[in-house]
Design a protein around this ligand. Structure first.
Ligand SMILES: Cc1cc2nc3c(=O)[nH]c(=O)nc-3n(C[C@H](O)[C@H](O)[C@H](O)COP(=O)(O)O)c2cc1C
Length: 294
């Protein structure tokens, strides 16, 4: 990463207007190298990614969904595919968000695109999909074209997110975590709060229990799995991708702050979760390393 991760998280926003200038060869090389080095998600799913140049037909391939904005002038796309596996979408979100933050460090603007897009047209640019692969979302990329908007967005970013008390809990759901007592994890959680999510639904919920951080998906009613539009359009379950993105932010900030831990699947018994809540994973905090003996 080119800059501290917390800085990159604050600098990133969904850039929908780009300058016409193509991405410089050196930046393309660095990005491609990053993409080829990060292909296995925290749950072990295998993915592959490519940086491809935008083509004239892309505007048609990116159809409009609901209130989603148009992407203007993207000079490239990050495209990817992941092998089907139990937590493939979370892994995909984690890996691609890591690449997005790397690209942010190169001064590039990005936007996740998971609405309706013609998968075949993007898949063709990476040699097509294997039978067991899916392409849940792509990312537009290029030099930021709307500087004024960027500054406003950076300022507004915090206010476009749910308060920490609605997202982070202690021991059980609905019991807000006292952020003041979270130590370095206050910064880690703020990194999660600033994460992008499909239609900004912010479906991540985290419960701290016995020092560990349990991640849950609080599904938005009428959105994603189970909703009519989801099955008609055969959209990927983007809220699971959102969880992978949140995990990526959590892990990268924690690691940068020296807060060691690892992802495990160990669903705790924390009582009632609510009707649309699903367990995703746990960040198990590593025990402190014993200090050297004199
Ligand atoms: C999985 C995923 C899919 C998204 N799909 C689209 C999309 O199709 N079109 C779009 O304009 N924005 C899309 N977004 C961007 C979100 O709308 C954006 O992240 C959210 O509103 C928060 O704003 P910010 O990224 O500027 O912080 C997507 C984001 C995520 C994480």
């Amino acid at each position: 990463m080119k800059r501290p991760i917390t800085e990159l998280i604050n600098a990133r926003y969904s850039c929908r207007t780009y300058r016409a200038e193509p991405i410089a060869p050196e930046e393309q090389r660095e990005l491609t190298e990053f993409l080829t080095m990060h292909t296995v998600g925290p749950f072990g799913s295998q993915a592959r990614f490519a940086l491809v140049a935008a083509s004239p037909g892309d505007r048609q391939a990116l159809k409009r969904l609901g209130t989603y904005g148009f992407i203007k002038g993207a000079t490239g796309f990050l495209v990817g595919a992941v092998r089907r596996a139990p937590r493939d979408l979370e892994d995909y979100g984690h890996l691609l968000e890591h690449a997005i933050l790397f690209a942010t460090g190169l001064g590039l603007g990005t936007c996740w695109l998971g609405g309706t897009f013609t998968k075949s047209s993007f898949a063709a640019r990476m040699g097509g999909l294997e039978r067991d692969e899916i392409m849940p979302a792509v990312v537009s990329i290029g030099y930021i074209g709307d500087d004024g908007t960027q500054r406003i967005r950076e300022r507004e970013a915090g206010s476009r997110r749910l308060p920490a008390s609605s997202l982070f809990f202690a021991e059980r759901f609905g019991e807000p975590l006292d952020i003041g007592s979270a130590g370095g994890y206050a910064t880690v959680l703020e990194g999660v709060r600033m994460a992008p999510s499909a239609t900004n639904k912010q479906p991540w919920r985290i419960v701290r229990r016995n020092g560990d951080w349990h991640f849950y998906l609080q599904r938005t009613k009428g959105y994603g799995k189970g909703s009519a539009i989801f099955s008609v359009l055969r959209l990927a379950d983007l809220q699971r991708v959102d969880l992978g993105i949140a995990m990526c932010h959590f892990e990268l900030v924690a690691r940068e702050m020296g807060l060691a831990g690892e992802w495990v699947l160990d669903k705790p018994d924390i009582g009632t979760l609510g009707p649309a809540v699903e367990y995703t994973a746990t960040w198990r905090v590593a025990p402190p390393t014993s200090s050297a003996t004199r």
